[in-house]
Write a protein that binds this ligand. Sequence first.
Ligand SMILES: C[S@@+](CC[C@H](N)C(=O)[O-])C[C@H]1O[C@@H](n2cnc3c(N)ncnc32)[C@H](O)[C@@H]1O
Length: 349
Amino acid sequence: MTNAYLIYCRPGFEKEAASELQHHAARKGWNGFAKGRPDSAHVLFCGEELPQDGPSAPRWTDLVFARQLIFLPDSEPLTLDPQDRITPLVTRLSGQAFRELVLESPDTNDGNGLSGFFKAFGNTLKSVLDKRGILRNKATRTLHLFFLDSANVYIGYSMPDNSAPWPQGILRLKFPREAPSRSTLKLEEAFLTFMDQAERDEWLREGLTAVDLGAAPGGWTWQLVKRGLQVTAIDNGPMDKTLMQSGQVEHLRVDGFHFRPERPVTWLVCDMIESPARVAQTIAAWIADGDAQRAVFNLKLPMKKRFEELERCLELMDDILSRGRVKYRLQVKQLYHDREEVTAFLIRL
Ligand SMILES: C[S@@+](CC[C@H](N)C(=O)[O-])C[C@H]1O[C@@H](n2cnc3c(N)ncnc32)[C@H](O)[C@@H]1O
């Protein structure tokens, strides 16, 4: 039975994550309330007998501000005695089965400071749970112990087809030294988050074309060039010299809001620091007009009412695409490498 949803989020975005959960609650008929302390990097939706599967359940892919989605049988954390943390956990978990165990904490300074404790305690706990048959290869759910500190822990689980496959919901990537800017990691994370391997092989390969709006110095263009695409880079600013030597990039110093390609391209990507509503409308118009088949773009959210602004952008895009009778799939996530922004993935079906 699920009596709360626990989601992990970027510290500072608890208000947005809670508004989003409340918004889904109204649509899907969950009874309860969302709560999250500022800068705690997690939010709860507490209710009773909340749906955990079927159309009324939350979907990790639909929750923009959720790094991870955990189902909690008990909406209160369990308090552990430092002398014996194992016994109450085993008592609580007996009779249940999970495929694996992960120990996690909020993505805050205090939370990340628990990693030493996790190493020692995790090994001991795992071997006890193995012996008791609580960890089993044939089980499907992953057991998450989300420690607020070394004594207070939420006990929950995630479903394999409805969760982030990465610890703490964080996809850590190594910065490639040859890339012209750190922004490169945002596009790499987007490709890994929104597409599976087969889709990446099909849609990111030699012979395909892309336009990069707001490209300078070239971190996003570099990701496309690396995969063999030909890129038109739009920006008044200078592009990285080595990247230009690849011969795969044409750099045009024109306004990203007015440029359109002579021939349709496979990809439109956009990281312009501009009004999110204007960016959203521009991208939707490209897709509606058939100038690009797929888009990855960033919506900057420096304003106070970020969730409301995002909802407005989604409505503006839907207006344009519906008017053009275009079938589309749109997914939006605040990625780990996003700061005051979210990343969207739009494809024409
Ligand atoms: C965050 S940076 C892009 C970084 C780039 N994605 C990378 O990975 O290196 C934003 C860029 O958008 C450009 N920009 C902002 N407004 C623009 C516009 N209307 N047309 C073209 N470029 C624009 C800026 O010149 C700036 O270089």
